[in-house]
Design a protein. Structure first.
Length: 439
């Protein structure tokens, strides 16, 4: 039997599990939860998926609903500084004591399923999900916002049956080995969280992804809320890093607000989050306070997403961990920092499209790129050897390779003027390592 006495025991048990099984299925997760007396039942849910933007949308939706007076649970991934962040109540991570309690309970069932299931017991993410359901079943928040891990259709969070509202933030190329090689295939996986008769809010989706989502929504009689049709959101303050927005939605008109999260891509994420919260309140028959909304958007924070950790010189951490994320970061540099020298420190996991990602960054005329390595989340997901590809890239300034990352960060920090910008990017796991310097 697995013995769990301390938080270190709990984390060793969780991280020691297999990450994936060969055949995707929800049967194992449903059996797992049955053995735990179905803790997921009886809670109220919002379900969010998407290639990028999920975390920011969850953060803003949480803040909006908290300002409306609700208690809000969130389940997100990955964590930035501590595992406990993934399971939070009103923005406060689960305590070590509660993590030990619920991991111990879950581990007893895992031991049993390891012995009885032909393909072995639950994966790491399934265990994370089960701990979360058990915790919120005890705490009983007014709503739980679930962020999908990967995809949607076979994600362990997709065992919930009646979410109040769901969302797809974006659809782009990531996790292709699991989700498929076309935007339509990836969209089919994400559209798997659409439930019969339950409304869904979507962000700006590519045409072929939108077709799949529309078709799935029609089959499920799920009302879609689309940008430009059912809600509008626009930036109103030009090239400022933190956007002011103008929003019109199903029941709100001409709302002006300042975003606490930086970067132009947060404008679209804010549109999804406001509409999600608005539709949730409509579905629950609750009033919606627009002044509370404005306050919430300004107060929203999400670590590692264009996060300012130093003001002068400006140091920004951005976990742009895939090609769409890097493209969004490049747009932010073009829009908001075109008149400044931007120094980039980049490390990317080997299972990402790192050559294309670096190519996007190298195309910018005002960036100085340093590539490096980091430990990665585990031996099966190492850091990419970026030094091997920089010779092939064309850039205005020579791309440097400096290893280890601590040395490269120190070198860059020493050479910055007060007008320069330092951005650390390429992987959320890398951002997590660097962020410890600022704790």
């Amino acid at each position: 039997m697995t013995e769990i006495q301390t938080v270190e025991d709990a984390l060793a048990f969780i991280h020691g599990r297999t990450k994936f099984k060969k055949i995707p299925t929800l049967k194992r997760m449903r059996r797992f939860l049955q053995e735990l007396n179905d803790p997921q039942q009886g809670l109220t849910y919002i379900h969010v998926t998407g290639t990028n933007g999920k975390g920011s949308v969850v953060a803003m939706t949480r803040q909006i609903l908290m300002e409306q007076g609700l208690s809000v649970g969130t389940f997100t991934s990955p964590f930035i500084t501590k595992f406990n962040e993934r399971i939070a109540l009103n923005g406060q991570p689960i305590s070590d004591a509660d993590l030990v309690t619920y991991t111990r309970r879950v581990a007893q069932v895992v031991d049993k399923l390891d012995q009885t299931l032909p393909t072995g017991g639950p994966t790491e993410f399934e265990i994370d999900t089960a701990i979360m359901f058990c915790y919120f079943a005890a705490k009983k928040p007014d709503v739980v916002i679930l962020e999908v891990g990967i995809g949607g259709l076979f994600d362990s969070t997709n065992v919930i049956e009646h979410p109040v509202v769901t969302a797809i933030t974006t659809v782009g190329y990531d996790h292709m080995k699991v989700l498929g090689n076309t935007l339509a295939a990836i969209a089919r996986q994400k559209a798997g969280i659409i439930k019969a008769g339950r409304p869904m809010v979507i962000g700006q989706l590519p045409k072929e992804a939108l077709q799949v989502v529309k078709q799935t929504a029609a089959e499920q009689a799920a009302q879609l809320y689309q940008p430009g049709i059912d809600y509008q959101v626009a930036k109103t303050n030009g090239h400022d890093f933190r956007a002011q927005i103008l929003y019109d939605g199903p029941g709100l008109h001409h709302v002006k607000a300042q975003l606490g999260l930086g970067g132009d891509y947060q404008v679209q994420n804010a549109g999804v989050a406001i509409t999600l919260a608005e539709v949730f309140c409509q579905e629950r028959g609750m009033p919606f306070d627009r002044q509370a909304l404005v306050k919430a958007l300004l107060a929203s924070r999400w670590p590692g997403r264009l996060e300012v950790v130093n003001d002068e010189p400006l140091v920004i951490l951005d976990g742009a961990h895939n090609l769409p994320g890097i493209q969004a970061l490049c747009q932010t540099i073009r829009d908001d920092f075109a008149d400044r020298d931007v120094y980039l420190l980049v490390a990317i996991l080997a299972d990402k499209q790192y050559e294309l990602m670096l190519g996007e960054l190298a195309s910018l005329p005002n960036v100085h790129i340093t590539v490096t390595n980091f430990a990665g989340p585990g031996p099966k997901r190492p850091s990419a050897d970026l030094g091997a590809v920089i010779e092939e890239l064309k850039s205005r300034y020579p791309i440097k390779m400096v290893d280890p990352w601590q040395v490269s960060f120190a070198q860059l920090a020493r050479q910055l003027s007060s007008e320069d910008v330092l951005m650390v990017t390429g992987s959320l796991y890398f951002i997590s390592d660097v962020r410890h310097l600022f704790d």
